[in-house]
Design a protein around this ligand. Sequence first.
Ligand code: DAH
Length: 337
Amino acid sequence: MDDLHSLKKAFLDDIAAVSDLDGLQQIKSRYSGKKGLLTEKLKALSSIPADERRNYGKLVNELKDFIEGTVKEKELAFREIEKERRLLTEKIDITLPGKPFFFGRKHPIYQILAEIKDIFVSMGFGIEEGPEVELDYYNFEALNLPKDHPARDMQDTFYVSDDVVLRTHTSPVQVRVMEKKSPPLKIIAPGKVYRCDSDVSHTAMFHQVEGLMVDTDVSFSDLKGVLELFVHSFFGKDTPVRFRPSYFPFTEPSAEVDIGCIFCSGKGCRICKTTGWLEVMGCGMVNPRVFEMSGYRPEEYTGFAFGMGVERMTMLKYSIDDIRLFYENDLRFLKQF
Ligand code: DAH
């Protein structure tokens, strides 16, 4: 009988030390497995003298029930602990914020372009487009810039062939529209233009908005009125505007439009090169030579034209000092607009 006592004691020690289901499985096979310690005792029953067998057999069976019952209980307890652990670790915290969902939006250049278009459309201008791969004829020649004209050097041109270029400005749209439509004309032509140039204020591709108004009695004061109204709508009604004499082959007289520096309020700073003024666009009265080449009679019609850079307008409006930011696709920059 002592052997049964020590077997029970050994079992109780083992059970007390076990800490998981794997360990429990090992105990189970150590005692109740095919060659388990308890199984051996059961097998040995037949070799016990008959008078002792009854009593001994009863005790072995009690021990068997005890061991199997204890193992079962322990197993249930371990399964419960495991379930608790999983419930805790796999818990979904419904108070956590959801995953953010980002909406796309218009690129800042196209937001400003839409604003510029709106202002001119509200003044009765229509919108026209022209090709970005343009004939040398429309980009230069018909705008009074013959092949050897020194002003061609002002624009670093991408040549596709001798006669074909990537348009360096939106001015060729003027000519294309005049060839197709007769006056009166009041249009703007927005679009991409290309120049072989790159630094903090130049990219090889940028956007311009061209403007053209032609009728029998369009004067320089009409030009001033339209552009002043535009500047005041775009930059604010108190923005100072001035027209400074300049030169463009396609206009005569020509002017540059300046606004009072919005960075220093005209006091003079690094950005306005201490002049207190910022250049925002070129303009002038359409050169009679351009009318002639487009098939309009200069004796009958007068008109004005202007051209501005959309990137430049956006940089001035939002105080952006590097044009390349527009085209690096850095969301931290783009999301601000
Ligand atoms: N095409 C000129 C440029 O890209 C801008 C310009 C100046 C357009 C005067 C005009 C104008 O229509 O009259 O620099």
